[in-house]
Write a protein that binds this ligand. Structure first.
Ligand code: PAF
Length: 271
C-alpha cells in the first residue's frame, strides 16, 4: 500500500481515501463517488477495527462481506481496496494510541469510553500508510468527523477531511451497516429518530430556541415508541458543550437503543 501510494505521488496523482469497516451501503458509495470526482486515485480501506469496540459490543458479529464490497467499491469508482489484517495493524506488543481529549469524552464517549481512541488511532495509521490528500467521512457520525478534523489539526497531518451529508432510507432512517440487526418490528419504529429531529427543525423554525422545551418534545416522541434513549442533546458543534439556547451550529444529537441495536442520528442547525 505504501509503495503504491508513493508511486501515485511520483506520478503527480492525488489520492482520496474512504475509510470504512466494510459491509458497504449507499452512504459509503456516495463518499467513494465524491472521492472519485475530487481525486485521481481512490483508495477504500475495509477494516473492522477491534480497538473501537467495547468488550460487550458487536465486534464479532459486525457484518462482513468482502466479495460484495469489492464489487460495490469498484462500481462506485474505487481503484484500490486496502484490507489489512489485525496482525498488520496491531502486531503483538502494539502500544501506541491517539486520543483526542475532551471531545472524545462527550456524547457517544460517555457510554463508549474507548471508542474514539480506537477510531483516531486507526484513522491516523491509515493516513500514515496511505498518505491521502483528502479523506471522506459521513455526517451521520458527526462526532467522529469533528474529532478526526481536530486530530488532523492538532497533529499537523497533511490531509483534508471532507464531511458529506447523511444518506437516508425513504422513510428517513439514517443508513448504517447496523440497521441490518433490526427485526422487522424494530425497523418499522427506527425512523422515529429522524422524525423527532424533523420535528425539532419545525419547532426551531417556528421561533422556539429554548433547548429544554425542544428536547422535552423530542423525548416524548421517541419514548412513545419504546425506544431507550442513551442521550439526546443539543450541543455546540465546536466543543460538544451543552447549550441552553438553539443557535447557529447547534448540533442536536441522539443515540438510542432500538431493541439490542444502538442507533445514532443528528441534525445541525445551520442558521
Ligand atoms: O466510520 C467508520 O466506519 C469507522 O469508524 C472508521 C472511520 C472506518 C474507522 O474504523
Amino acid at each position: 500500500m505504501r509503495s503504491f501510494s508513493q508511486h501515485q505521488k511520483k506520478l503527480g496523482k492525488t489520492i482520496g481515501l474512504v475509510p470504512t469497516m466494510g459491509y458497504l451501503h449507499s452512504g459509503h458509495i456516495s463518499l467513494i463517488e465524491r472521492a472519485k470526482k475530487d481525486c485521481d486515485t481512490v483508495v477504500v480501506s475495509i477494516y473492522v477495527n477491534p480497538t473501537q469496540f467495547g468488550p460487550e459490543e458487536d465486534y464479532k458479529r459486525y457484518p462482513r462481506d468482502l466479495e460484495r464490497d469489492k464489487k460495490l467499491a469498484k462500481a462506485a469508482g474505487a481503484d484500490v481496496l486496502f484490507t489489512p489484517s489485525n496482525k498488520e495493524i496491531y502486531p503483538d506488543g502494539y502500544s501506541t494510541y491517539v486520543r483526542v481529549e475532551k471531545l472524545s469524552e462527550k456524547l457517544c464517549g460517555v457510554s463508549r469510553p474507548t471508542h474514539f481512541r480506537g477510531v483516531t488511532t486507526v484513522v491516523a495509521k491509515l493516513f500514515n500508510i496511505i498518505k491521502p490528500d483528502k479523506s471522506y467521512f459521513g455526517w451521520k457520525d458527526a462526532q467522529q468527523l469533528i474529532i478526526i478534523k481536530k486530530m488532523v489539526e492538532d497533529l499537523n497531518l497533511n490531509v483534508k477531511v471532507v464531511g458529506l451529508p447523511t444518506l437516508r432510507e425513504k422513510d428517513g432512517l439514517a443508513i448504517s451497516s447496523r440497521n441490518k440487526y433490526l427485526s422487522k418490528e424494530e425497523r418499522e419504529i427506527a425512523p422515529i429518530l429522524y422524525q423527532a429531529l424533523q420535528k425539532a427543525k419545525k419547532i426551531v423554525s417556528s421561533g422556539e430556541r429554548n433547548v429544554e422545551k425542544v428536547l422535552r418534545e423530542l423525548k416524548k416522541i421517541i419514548e412513545e415508541k419504546k425506544i431507550k434513549i442513551d442521550y439526546l442533546k443539543a450541543v455546540n458543534l465546536s466543543d460538544f458543550a451543552d447549550v441552553k439556547r438553539i443557535e447557529k451550529n447547534t448540533l442536536i444529537a441522539v443515540a438510542a437503543w432500538v431493541g439490542q441495536t444502538r442507533l445514532i442520528d443528528n441534525m445541525l442547525i445551520r442558521n
